[in-house]
Design a protein around this ligand. Structure first.
Ligand code: ADP
Ligand code: MG
Length: 602
C-alpha cells in the first residue's frame, strides 16, 4: 500500500501558519494590513501579555457581510485578486488569502464585523480551526478580530515565544513600520492608530500628522530634526527619502526603513545603494538613519516571492540601485553636514553659581578668555601659497578664486583664526566659530585632488634625485608586474634593481611628502588584499585614501598663517569638506547664540 496521504485542511492551514505566523507580531502585522486594505481610517491594536494572551485589532473599514465573514477564515480565500493576471499588478497589502485561515488554525479567534449597509454586526468564533456558526450581534461598522492564546495547542511553538517585553518589542516594530508606511503615502498620514499594551497606551498617532511629527513621536525629535529631505522622479521610479545627518548615525541598521509602494521591505540592493551613498560621509562602522519610500509601477515588481512579503523581486534591480544611490548621494554631497558643536547644558546648579558670581567671577573670566582668544587676529593677505610640492601651485590659484565667493571664510574681510596645540584651527565664522581638525580637513582636500587628477589621467610625477631601493618578495614582485598599469597611473616608476630589489625612480609630486618606500610597501599590502582587489574602483579609492592620509598635514604640525589661509580657502573650494575620506568630521561649528546662552547674555 502507498505511503502518501492527503493532509486534511486544518493540517494544511497549520503548516501554512508556520510560514506566516511566527509570533504575536506576525498576527498584528497581518490583521493591521487587512484593516488598511479594508480602507480603515482608524485602527486600534490592543494586546495583553506581549500578545501571548490576547491580540485585538479593531478597525472602521468596509467590514464583511455574514457570508464573507465565514469565508474569510477558509484557506485561499481573498477578495483582493481573482485570476492569475491580477498577480502581475498587486496594489493591496494582502492577496494570498492565507493569513486569517492560518491565524485561526493556531489560536482561539473571535471576529465581529459589520458593513455600512447592514443593520447589525455578525460574529464568528474559531478555535484552532474548529469553526462555529455565524451569529448576529451588536457592533459598529468595521471589523474587530481578537486572537487569544496563540499556539496554545502547539506547546512546541508556544515554547519559542519570548518574554512579554520582547514580544511587545516586535509588535511595536510592526506597528511603527505600518505607521511610517502610512505617513509616507502621497496624501500624508491618513490613519489614526493606537497601540495599547496591558491597558497602557503606548502610541496614539493622529491622522493628518505630518511625517516629521510622526517620526518625532515614534522615535524622538532629535531624529526628526536631523533629517534631510530629498526626492527624485525618473525612469518610472519615484523616490522620496529622509536622510539622517551623520550626527545621528547608529551602530546598527535598525533605523533604516525602506517602503515600496506602501509596504515595508528589506532589500539587499537598496541597502547596498544606501551604504554606498554614505561612503566617506560616515565612518565605515556606522549606519545612517534613513527613511526611504519608493513608488514603482506595480507591474515592475513581484511581491509574491516571500510568505510575509518582506522581500520582493524587482524586474530591474540595477535601475533601482542606481536611482537610489544617485538620489541619496547627490543630496548628501550638496548638503552642509558640518557637525554642530555641543556646549555643556546648563544645569540648575551652574545657573545658581552664575547668578551669584560677581562680574569678576568665573563666568566673566571665561568670557574674557574667549574675547582674548578671538582678539588674536591677523589680517589675511591676498597671496597664494603652496605647502606641498610643485603640483599644487596651479590648483591653489583656482581654489583661491573660488574661495572669494564664500563670505564665511572671505580673505578680504580678514578672517580671524588661530592654530591651537598645532593640531586644530579655531576660525571665526559669520555666526560663531568653527574648530577644524587640520589633518582631517587636509586629508579630504588632498583626496579630492587625487580623485580629480586620477580620473583625468595619470598623476604627475617627479624624478627622485637618488632612487630609493626597497626589497620585495617574489610574490610582491609579481604584484608589481600584474599591476603595472595602476602603478604607472599613480605616477610611480619602479624598476628592478638586482635580486628581489626594486628602485623607486619617480614618485607623484602631489604626495611628495609621503615617504616613497613606506608608500610603496603599503601599496603592495593593498594590492595583496583580495577583498579590496576584486573591485578595481574600490581598490583605487582605497589607494587614494591612503595616499591622502600620508600626504596630509599631520596633527602636531605647526602651520604658518599663510598655510592656514590656504587650508581655509581650499576648504571652501572642496566639493565635500565636512568629512574626511573615512567619514569623520573635519569641522565642528559653534554659533554665537549658543555662546551667548552659555554666558547668560540672553
Ligand atoms: P488576504 O488579505 O491575503 O486577502 P486574509 O486571510 O488576510 O487574506 O483575509 C481574507 C479576506 O478577508 C480578505 O481578502 C478580505 O476580503 C477579508 N478581510 C480580512 N480582514 C478584513 C477586515 N479587517 N475588514 C474587511 N475585510 C477583511
Ligand atoms: Mg491579509
Amino acid at each position: 500500500m502507498g505511503q502518501i496521504v492527503t493532509l486534511d485542511q486544518n493540517m494544511v492551514n497549520m503548516i501554512a501558519a508556520g510560514e506566516v505566523i511566527e509570533r504575536p507580531a506576525s498576527v498584528v502585522k497581518e490583521l493591521m494590513e487587512n484593516s488598511i486594505d479594508a480602507g480603515a481610517t482608524k485602527i486600534t491594536v490592543s494586546v495583553e501579555d506581549g500578545g501571548r494572551k490576547l491580540i485585538s485589532v479593531a478597525d472602521n473599514g468596509c467590514g464583511m457581510d455574514a457570508e464573507d465573514l465565514s469565508l474569510a477564515f477558509e484557506s485561499h480565500t481573498t477578495s483582493k485578486i481573482k485570476g492569475s493576471t491580477d498577480l502581475l499588478g498587486i496594489s493591496t497589502l494582502g492577496f494570498r488569502g492565507e493569513a486569517l485561515a492560518s491565524i485561526a488554525s493556531v489560536a482561539q479567534v473571535r471576529a465581529v464585523s459589520r458593513t455600512k449597509d447592514s443593520l447589525c454586526a455578525y460574529g464568528i468564533e474559531i478555535d484552532c480551526g474548529d469553526k462555529g456558526d455565524i451569529t448576529p450581534c451588536s457592533g459598529d461598522c468595521g471589523t474587530t478580530i481578537q486572537v487569544r492564546d496563540l499556539f496554545y495547542k502547539m506547546p512546541g511553538r508556544r515554547k519559542f515565544l519570548k518574554t512579554a517585553n520582547t514580544e511587545i518589542g516586535h509588535i511595536t516594530e510592526q506597528f511603527i513600520r505600518i505607521a511610517l508606511a502610512n505617513a509616507f503615502a502621497a496624501e500624508a498620514a491618513k490613519l489614526d492608530m493606537t497601540l495599547i499594551h496591558n491597558s497602557k497606551e503606548l502610541y496614539r498617532l493622529a491622522a493628518r500628522q505630518t511625517l516629521h511629527q510622526r517620526i518625532a513621536e515614534l522615535f524622538s525629535s532629535e531624529i526628526a530634526d536631523n533629517l534631510i529631505e530629498t526626492e527624485s522622479s525618473e525612469k518610472g521610479l519615484h523616490i522620496f527619502a529622509l536622510l539622517g545627518k551623520p550626527d545621528i548615525s547608529r551602530t546598527n541598521n535598525n533605523l533604516q526603513y525602506i517602503f515600496l509602494n506602501g509596504r515595508f521591505i528589506r532589500d539587499k540592493f537598496i541597502s547596498h545603494a544606501t551604504k554606498e551613498a554614505y561612503h566617506g560621509i560616515l565612518e565605515p562602522n556606522r549606519f545612517p538613519v534613513v527613511f526611504l519610500s519608493i513608488q514603482i509601477p506595480y507591474s515592475e515588481v513581484d511581491v509574491n516571492v516571500h510568505p510575509t512579503k518582506i522581500e520582493v523581486r524587482f524586474y530591474n534591480a540595477n535601475l533601482v540601485h542606481s536611482q537610489v544611490l544617485g538620489c541619496i548621494r547627490e543630496k548628501l554631497l550638496s548638503s552642509n553636514l558640518e557637525t554642530g558643536g555641543k556646549l555643556p547644558t546648563t544645569s540648575g546648579r551652574t545657573e545658581q553659581i552664575a547668578a551669584t558670581t560677581s562680574p569678576h567671577g568665573r563666568s566673566q573670566k571665561i568670557a574674557d578668555a574667549m574675547a582674548e582668544f578671538f582678539q588674536k587676529y591677523r589680517p589675511v593677505q591676498t597671496q597664494q601659497l603652496s605647502f606641498s610640492a610643485e603640483g599644487k601651485a596651479e590648483k591653489s590659484q583656482t581654489t583661491y578664486e573660488a574661495a572669494a565667493e564664500y563670505p564665511a571664510y572671505s580673505m578680504q574681510n580678514g578672517q580671524k583664526f588661530l592654530q591651537i596645540h598645532d593640531s586644530f584651527i579655531v576660525a571665526e565664522t559669520d555666526d560663531g566659530f568653527a574648530i577644524i581638525d587640520q589633518h582631517a580637513l587636509h586629508e579630504r582636500i588632498v583626496y579630492e585632488d587625487l580623485v580629480r587628477r586620477t580620473s583625468a589621467g595619470k598623476l604627475e610625477s617627479q624624478k627622485l634625485l637618488i632612487p630609493e631601493i626597497l626589497e620585495m618578495t617574489d610574490a610582491q614582485a609579481d604584484l608589481v608586474k600584474a599591476n603595472a598599469d595602476l602603478i604607472e597611473k599613480l605616477g610611480i616608476e619602479l624598476t628592478p634593481f638586482g635580486h628581489q630589489r626594486y628602485a623607486v625612480q619617480a614618485f607623484p609630486s602631489i604626495i611628495a611628502n609621503a615617504g616613497p618606500i613606506e608608500f610603496v610597501r603599503d601599496l603592495l599590502d593593498l594590492l595583496d588584499n583580495k577583498e579590496i582587489n576584486s573591485d578595481s574602483g574600490k581598490l583605487l579609492d582605497e589607494i587614494l585614501n591612503m595616499a591622502a592620509c600620508k600626504a596630509a598635514i599631520k596633527a602636531g604640525q605647526k602651520l604658518s598663517d599663510r598655510e592656514i589661509e590656504q587650508l581655509l580657502a581650499d576648504k571652501d573650494a572642496a566639493e565635500y569638506a565636512a568629512r574626511c575620506p573615512h567619514g569623520r568630521p573635519t569641522t565642528i561649528k559653534f554659533t554665537l547664540s549658543q555662546l551667548e546662552k552659555q554666558f547668560k547674555r540672553t
